[in-house]
Design a protein around this ligand. Structure first.
Ligand SMILES: Cc1cc2nc3c(=O)[nH]c(=O)nc-3n(C[C@H](O)[C@H](O)[C@H](O)COP(=O)(O)OP(=O)(O)OC[C@H]3O[C@@H](n4cnc5c(N)ncnc54)[C@H](O)[C@@H]3O)c2cc1C
Ligand code: FES
Length: 262
């Protein structure tokens, strides 16, 4: 893990308040799907880096892509970055998705809103892995989000199903409604999205007898394991804290859903 100055290669607005940015950085070399970086606002009054997951790594491993929602002051400041600008980033952080055991399996990716970017590099990796079939189910609030990244998932997955809360695009309802109404069955589920969605994914996995790996994108501070500001309750005792806790930034952000209390 290292902190370095990255160069902005491109920045594009994908939908209302959703931006895609490619960064040239040595950090790309060791990055993999499900890991994240801390992106530091250039304004020194905001000291903490913002955790943003690695959405894509370029084939030559020289560039990283992030897709982020401009939400608070830090992420809003990133929208002003232009090609050629510099930005400090730190990473790669966290454990990432493990796809060593997907051979021949039915794999389901479930992304809710801004959770979808976490799964795009995974979809690319799975395309090269020998899975049985890979299906993506993506949930959006409404069509104002333009189903960002949906076309890219369609290129990488065998099947991509879209759900919108208001039914303005795809299936009306949430991602779980879409899985059930499309009768999708899985051996392994990878999911990222709001906590309420991840709880429903954990129940879905239990009902299907599937393994579920969920990426928790909860509030963080230091991002590097020092402050305990990001703990999640675990079913087993953690080797670092010796209590039933794990640090999302260090032991996660990806956990087996059966190992954490949601
Ligand atoms: C592992 C991980 C991966 C993430 N990946 C993405 C992504 O790919 N795209 C994306 O749009 N968002 C992602 N998030 C959420 C993103 O980090 C927050 O939206 C962002 O930090 C908010 O910062 P801000 O400047 O907009 O808000 P502010 O309110 O200014 O933030 C204040 C402080 O709170 C922290 N904070 C606020 N909300 C969150 C949150 N939800 N998660 C973590 N820290 C938070 C900030 O890092 C900062 O330190 C991810 C979060 C985690 C933990
Ligand atoms: S954010 Fe500080 S320990 Fe995880």
């Amino acid at each position: 893990m290292k902190k370095e100055c990255a160069q902005v290669v491109s920045q594009e607005c994908l939908a209302e308040n959703i931006y895609s940015m490619w960064l040239e950085t040595g950090i790309a070399k060791n990055s993999r799907s499900g890991q994240f970086i801390l992106v530091y606002p250039n304004d020194a009054s905001r000291l903490l880096g913002r955790p943003i997951c690695i959405c894509r790594v370029s084939d030559d491993k020289k560039e990283l892509r992030i897709v982020y929602r401009a939400q608070g002051e830090g992420t809003r400041s990133f929208t002003a970055l232009k090609p050629g600008d510099s930005v400090f980033i730190e990473g790669p952080l966290g454990n990432g998705y493990d796809i060593s055991d997907v051979k021949g399996k039915e794999v389901l990716l479930i992304g809710g809103g801004i959770g979808a970017p976490s799964l795009l590099q995974l979809a690319a990796d799975l395309k090269r892995a020998d899975t049985g079939r890979t299906t993506a189910v993506l949930g959006y609030r409404d069509s104002s989000l333009d189903n960002f990244l949906a076309d890219e998932f369609k290129e990488l997955c065998d099947d991509t199903v879209i759900a919108t809360d208001d039914g303005s695009f795809g299936i009306r309802g949430n991602v779980i409604d879409a899985v059930k109404s499309s009768d999708i069955r899985a051996d392994v589920i990878f999911a990222c999205g709001p906590m309420v969605m991840l709880k429903a994914v954990a129940s879905l996995a239990l009902s299907q007898g599937a393994e579920a790996y969920i990426s928790l994108e909860e509030r963080m501070a230091c991002g590097v394991g020092a402050c305990l500001g990001c703990v999640v309750k675990t079913k087993e005792t953690d080797s670092h804290s010796h209590v039933k806790n794990a640090r999302i930034c260090t032991e996660g952000p990806v956990f087996n859903a059966s190992e954490v209390e949601l």
